[in-house]
Design a binder for this molecule. Structure first.
Ligand code: HXC
Length: 529
């Protein structure tokens, strides 16, 4: 029988020793972790940005990060990609803890092919998301990318598709937070848009089409910052929830936000003890002016009620006539929704309705009880409001509260008029418990407007029109605009001294903590989008 080769006569290649294999592993790890290299990292630093790995280290508990996919590689061989090093395919993914609680994360590495999202890059992100879902842990995605990796063509689009679909699978099951720390353009912006909270730094821009394309198509001149900067998105589009000065600030906001949230929809939020005091707070008796026309800052009321006055306001710079955010009462997280009389007298406009409705749905999805503080003259009138859909957007608020099943408390501070009274978590659509301060005025509309409708003829015929109008306004106000009428109809459970509010809320939240609210089975309701 012929021998297969002469190989048997040659010495076999020497196998590497264990020490050599381990040394090789360490070398490969170090080289891969270096990402796009020092020069590109320096460029990030020069722009006041951290690198992808610095962001991960800055976000999570020390030594807690377990990386997955360090050695993942793209499959593209064309356009010079065969020889193009793309360490970790431009995204760092893995599990870690924040304040001892598990999270999964992805952090795009701009130093590697501009953080562009190729097929493998996106599959790594989607994989981290699925691990979040399987383990019931929040997902944090740190974005810094030139968008779809152009050299990979439709494979990169397909990867994006998998990320978007995963975003939707996770929605309502685990909290999803996006940090925008660098470019986030085109379709890339849609993954953040599908998450629950977006934190954007002042060094990053996010848009679907950039200034150059806009100039070509519409002729409009605008800078990238004006178009897609964090402050623009906060004020105009309402796309972002928090504006961060820089990466460090964004990481801090992310950790703080997570401290208020449960890890998933089947768990409670972390209990944070330390403020058990429910003694009266006399300051609360002084904040709300008795005259319904005089404004004040509702955030002072919130601070006077919640644990240590600690309130994490969400979308503070967007529709400031509606205040939303997280706080705690006796260590347990609550969502707060409050009209802000200091802005537009607290009237509800399109932006405010959208802002609040979305927040209500987040709180409900993650079992966070809600406290709604009401001081509202109504929906904001105006052609612009009507044309932009105040009917549809206002209905979102009604829908979101009516569909919610978590414990809900309505606290009426002062004005509570008309449709806005019903929409702001009234007893009839949502509230399990309604408290009113003695300043509360609950009515179908303000007394001034009401007399114009009901008594117009009588006022025209009166000898002294001015004093008759004043009399009728007072008469209407006495008849309806006090908390006692509503309490008489059982629309208010109790009228309380402002100073005692924290005690009453703490008790009500305790009594309601095992609330059950069964709804008819259906695929899903149809919130008026
Ligand atoms: C491949 C990319 C890339 C991309 C950047 N790079 N974006 N590589 N695909 N999308 C590479 C650059 O070639 C460069 O490589 C390196 O990243 C750094 O980029 P620079 O341009 O030098 O950086 P900078 O000057 O800071 O500008 C950053 C930028 C710019 C504004 C993001 O790179 C840019 O405009 N990129 C293209 C953005 C874009 O049009 N994306 C849309 C893709 S389509 P070298 O080797 O030269 O250093 C899309 C659709 C998705 O996203 C749809 C999903 C449904």
């Amino acid at each position: 029988m012929a021998t297969t080769s002469n190989d048997s006569t040659k010495p076999a290649p020497a196998k590497k020793t264990m020490d050599e294999l381990i040394a090789e592993l360490h070398t490969r790890r170090t080289e891969t972790k270096a990402g796009g290299g020092e020069a590109r990292h320096e460029k990030q630093h020069a722009q006041g940005k951290m690198t992808a790995r610095e962001r991960v280290e800055g976000l999570v508990d020390k030594e807690s990060f377990e990386e997955f996919g360090l050695f993942a590689r793209h499959r593209q061989t064309k356009f010079g990609m065969l020889t193009k090093a793309a360490p970790s395919d431009g995204v760092v993914t893995g599990a870690a803890s924040i304040d001892g609680r598990l999270i999964h994360l992805a952090s795009q590495d701009f130093s590697v092919l501009g953080g562009s999202a190729g097929e493998v890059h996106s599959l790594k992100v989607a994989d981290a998301m699925h691990r979040s879902l399987k383990t019931g842990s929040p997902f944090v995605f740190i974005n810094d990318s030139g968008g779809a990796r152009v050299q990979e063509g439709i494979d990169s689009l397909s990867g994006y598709g998998q990320v978007f679909h995963s975003n939707v699978l996770l929605s309502g099951a685990v909290p999803q937070i996006s940090l925008i720390c660098g470019p986030c353009a085109g379709g890339a912006a849609y993954s953040p848009a599908l998450t629950d909270f977006i934190i954007q730094t002042r060094k990053a821009q996010m848009f679907i089409t950039g200034p150059q394309v806009i100039k070509q198509v519409t002729g409009e001149d605008i800078t990238a910052e004006e178009l897609g900067g964090a402050d623009s998105h906060m004020a105009h589009s309402g796309v972002v929830h928090f504006v961060a000065e820089d990466d460090e600030d964004a990481l801090h906001i992310c950790r703080r936000l997570l401290s208020f949230l449960p890890s998933n929809n089947l768990e409670g939020a972390p209990y944070v003890p330390g403020d058990e005091n429910v003694d009266p707070n006399p300051e609360l008796n002084k904040i709300v002016p008795v005259d319904p026309k005089v404004g004040y800052d509702v955030r002072q009321v919130i601070a006077g009620i919640v644990d240590r006055g600690d309130f994490l306001e969400v979308q503070a710079g967007h529709a400031p006539n509606m205040v939303i955010g997280f706080a705690r009462i006796l260590g347990n997280t609550i969502g707060i929704i409050a009209n802000q009389p200091a802005v537009l007298a607290g009237a509800i406009n399109n932006q405010a309705a959208n802002k609040a409705a979305r927040f209500i749905r987040f709180c409900n999805a993650f079992n966070l009880p809600m406290v709604t503080m009401v001081d509202v003259p109504g929906y904001l009138p105006g052609v612009e409001q009507e044309y932009n859909g105040i009917i549809r957007n206002g209905a979102k608020l009604l829908f979101a509260y009516s569909a919610a099943t978590v414990p809900m408390i309505q606290l009426i501070l002062r004005k509570s008029y008309g449709g806005a009274h019903v929409a702001m978590c009234s007893r009839d659509i949502a509230a399990d418990c309604v408290f009113a301060w003695p300043t509360a005025e609950i009515a179908v509309m303000g007394a001034e407007g009401a007399v114009e409708i009901v008594f117009r003829k009588e006022m025209q015929e009166a000898e002294d029109k001015v004093s008759r109008r004043a009399e009728l306004i007072q008469e209407y106000r006495d008849a309806f605009a006090s908390p006692y009428v509503a309490a008489g109809r059982r629309l208010v459970d109790d009228i309380i001294e402002p100073a005692d509010t924290r005690k009453h809320l703490a008790r009500a939240l305790e009594y309601l903590k095992n609330k059950r609210d069964q709804r008819p089975p259906k695929k899903h309701g149809l919130i008026p989008l």
